[in-house]
Ligand binder design. Structure first.
Ligand code: URA
Length: 261
């Protein structure tokens, strides 16, 4: 019986998250008993009571007496991660970057080629577009936190697969638990669907806050999409509208931006 309240709470969150994903149709969360994870006393062992995924032996355990898990501890726990098949093909694991006390966290899909080479999320063209968005909000990249649903680059930039999401998502959840941001922005269809556990299109999800473990989450279009539509496109201003909602929730000033004519 696990009596550590921090650990129990973390397990309950992970279990609830996985159950949400499974119930809402994100494929491949082949849990024998998702409710086993929801139990206050559900420990990571024995494996048979857990799920038929990479989680069952690898879900990291917080230190027993730990009140707060730091990002460094989570990174260390990931180590030279080979928990899923992406470990074999990546160059660098891309954990996340930014302020460990950020009020705002951006979550993308997964690293691309530039990120895989550099070990940092959003450093390629999409990253430059994200930087533009952050700057337009009156913020600096260093004051927010940026990470992805999966930490390793899928080959040929394909979408992450279900087993990869299942294996990696507990680490995202732990990062968010550690940072405790006031708002999360999910960038693009994949990140929004994976984090919220839904198949709804981004066009339906964006523009309003969703609840993610008590934290308001705003889905919006992915910066790569804006690269295709242009920096003064309707989509660009749609993202700006979403970001103004984020700024208002954070009680930050909304910079005055002139729209295209
Ligand atoms: N696209 C993403 O979703 N994440 C990155 O880190 C880079 C591009």
């Amino acid at each position: 019986m696990d009596t550590n309240p921090v650990k129990s709470q973390l397990w309950a969150s992970v279990g609830a998250y996985l159950q949400e994903l499974q119930e809402s149709g994100v494929d491949g969360l082949e849990m024998e008993s998702p409710t086993a994870l929801l139990s206050e006393s559900a420990p990571p062992q024995p494996a048979s009571a857990q799920i038929e995924t990479g989680l069952k032996k690898d879900l990291p355990e917080p230190e027993p007496a730990q009140q707060h898990e730091t990002l460094e501890q989570i990174r260390k726990n990931l180590g030279d991660c080979q928990r899923c098949k992406l470990g074999a093909t990546r160059n660098q694991l891309v954990f996340g970057v930014g302020n460990s006390n950020a009020r705002l966290v951006f979550v993308g899909e997964g690293p691309g080629a530039d990120e895989d080479m550099k070990g940092e999320p959003f450093v390629g063209d999409a990253g430059r577009m994200l930087n533009r968005i952050i700057a337009a909000m009156g913020l600096q990249r260093e004051e927010v936190y940026i990470c992805n649903v999966v930490k390793c680059r899928p080959p040929q930039n394909r979408n992450p697969e279900k087993d990869e999401i299942t294996t990696c998502s507990p680490f995202l959840l732990r990062q968010l638990h550690s940072i405790k941001p006031e708002v999360i922005v999910a960038l693009g269809t994949f990140a929004a669907q994976a984090v919220l556990g839904t198949k709804e299109p981004i066009s339906k999800l964006r523009g309003k806050f969703h609840d993610f473990h008590g934290i308001p989450l705003m889905p919006t279009y992915h910066p790569s999409y804006l690269l295709r539509t242009g920096g003064n496109s309707d989509s660009f201003w749609t993202v700006w509208d979403d970001m103004t909602q984020v700024l208002r929730l954070l009680k930050l000033p909304v910079p005055d931006k002139s729209r295209k004519k």
